[in-house]
Design a protein around this ligand. Structure first.
Ligand code: 2AM
Length: 176
């Protein structure tokens, strides 16, 4: 059976994505590498990996019934994953509300037989890939406040030269 690579993420508004693209431009002066396309910038909440098509359909159908308690992520620092040669933007510390959203999401996914990663949650927005230097992070631009009220379920398709992301469902914002 065919498998689909899926992940849940926070997706920035176009304005926030444009600001983050500015961060990427600045970071590239120090770390080199290849900037992510502005319209692909995101913060992964849960990476599911390849999931069979029937389960993917089930998750896409169930996601609009999920609620994500609204919250805010302060984007205030650059970080480097040296082994993966990634430069990212993220919070100084994981906000408690975001950690709770991550934990709750994985608890729900457990009901579908999916297991959380062993590594701790490291919320980040990948800005550059294949960085040519792995200097420790320098001071980032002025912080950005990311207010979120929903998550999206994304299918990732591998193409030569990168991935294409397709949003297949989103959670329902809490009204009021
Ligand atoms: P990255 O940006 O740090 O590479 C789609 O690939 C999204 O899922 C990206 O945000 C990517 O994080 C994340 N991702 C890919 N493989 C992953 C893995 N094995 N564990 C956790 N997240 C992963």
């Amino acid at each position: 059976m065919s498998a689909i690579r899926l992940f849940f993420a926070l997706w920035p508004s176009p304005a926030l994505a444009a600001s983050l693209a500015g961060w990427a431009e600045q970071a590239r002066l120090t770390w080199g590498g290849r900037p992510m396309r502005t319209e692909t910038l995101h913060l992964t909440l849960a990476f599911l990996g390849p999931v069979d098509a029937a389960l993917a359909d089930e998750l896409a159908a169930a996601t609009p019934e999920r609620r994500l308690p609204p919250g805010e992520v302060p984007l205030e620092r650059f970080g480097v994953f040296g082994r993966q040669r990634i430069l990212w933007a993220g919070p100084g510390e994981t906000p408690a509300g975001l950690q709770a959203a991550h934990d709750e999401l994985w608890q729900w996914l457990g009901g579908y037989g999916l297991a959380p990663p062993v590594q701790p949650f490291r919320p980040h927005v990948t800005l550059l890939r294949n960085i040519t230097h792995t200097h420790p992070p320098e001071e980032a631009p002025a912080p950005l406040a990311w207010r979120y009220d929903r998550m999206v379920l994304v299918a990732s398709e591998s193409l030569t030269g990168g991935s294409r992301y397709r949003i297949v469902a989103q959670s329902r914002p809490i009204e009021g």
